[in-house]
Design a protein around this ligand. Structure first.
Ligand code: SAM
Length: 302
């Protein structure tokens, strides 16, 4: 377990540069809010329109101190990607009829809030993250600490014994053991791409163990992929990761299926990065700028 934590750069693992000179750190003045984001902060979080940007920037600064992920520096946590997923409507139907959802590696858990905003009962929605600081800040960001009934776990995907509820139903320390194996939809957004191939495989097998063991259960998300799949070095956390295309992604899940004695329908496609994401990659002098894309996936249990 120590290796996994070190690879992910928990505060204890290694000192990370939290300076604002990272290319993926956008100054607050560059924040642009989409109409959906503004509407959600106004009507779900009850923040007046003219205060939304200032509020987001203030919370983002605190999250950057927890860990300087690119999605925090570049405000990508304001993309409510689940609303654009090809199975958004299917997900709403499943969750409206009592299904359970887990946002794994949730950080700000913005997609969970989008589901609540779409009318899904929040008690059926769960979040989990290695860093409790992100979970606390997610409640500050969305100003729903007193209204949201979802339970959030602090925990390391590589060790289920570490999972403990820190928000929501905190009176039951064994809640994770109770819901493990009973989750209908797991969102693993910008999550598996954090790990080296060996860890990625292990984490994927752990995800299978959390998901309900019945046909139709879903693993969904979006992560960095590549039109020319292969290994890439990541400066943050000094990691070597594999950037997938739809074919290598399916191969991974076939191996996961063999190891866990499960079968999966893997739907994945590579989406072009938006110009502003490309610009921040260029500025960060990261390799493979032109070949990167978002790998969007829906993996359904057969
Ligand atoms: C790049 S962020 C993505 C956050 C969010 N899913 C999104 O798409 O905006 C990755 C998240 O995974 C969490 N994480 C990293 N390693 C983890 C682990 N071993 N177990 C659970 N969560 C982990 C991090 O703390 C971070 O919040």
């Amino acid at each position: 377990m120590a290796d996994n934590r070190a690879a992910l750069g928990t505060p204890a693992a290694e000192a990370h540069d939290r300076s604002r000179s990272h290319a993926w750190y956008k100054p607050g003045e560059k924040l642009k809010l989409s109409p959906y984001t503004l509407e959600l902060f106004q009507n779900y979080s009850r923040i007046p329109a003219d205060q939304v940007a200032t509020h987001i920037i203030e919370v983002r600064e605190k999250a950057w101190e927890v860990y300087p992920y690119p999605c925090i520096g570049s405000f990508r946590f304001l993309d409510f990607a689940i609303t654009e997923s090809p199975i958004f409507t299917t997900a709403l139907t499943k969750l409206n009829s009592g299904g359970k959802y887990l946002d794994l590696g949730c950080c700000f858990a913005q997609d969970l809030r989008a589901l609540v905003h779409a009318g899904i009962p929040s008690e059926n929605l769960y979040g989990a993250d290695l860093q409790s600081g992100f979970i606390d800040l997610s409640h500050d960001l969305f100003k729903d600490g007193h209204t949201l009934k979802s339970t959030f776990f602090e925990g390391d995907i590589f060790d289920f014994s570490t999972f403990k509820p820190i928000r929501g139903e905190i009176s039951n320390p064994n809640l994770f053991q109770k819901i493990k194996g009973d989750i209908d939809i797991i969102s693993a957004r910008s999550f598996l791409h954090l790990f080296n191939p060996e860890q990625e495989f292990k984490a994927a097998c752990q995800i299978v163990a959390i998901l309900k063991d019945s046909p139709g259960s879903i693993i969904m998300g979006r992560q960095v992929g590549s039109f020319t799949p292969g290994m890439e070095s990541i400066s943050l956390g000094r990691r070597e990761v594999f950037r997938h295309d739809p074919q290598t992604w399916e191969e991974l899940w076939n191996r996961v299926g063999e190891a866990t004695d499960t079968k999966w329908n893997v739907q994945a496609k590579l989406l072009e990065l938006s110009p502003d994401v490309k610009d921040s990659i260029k500025a960060a002098e990261l390799a493979n700028i032109e070949t990167r894309g978002w790998l969007e996936f829906v993996i359904t249990r057969l």
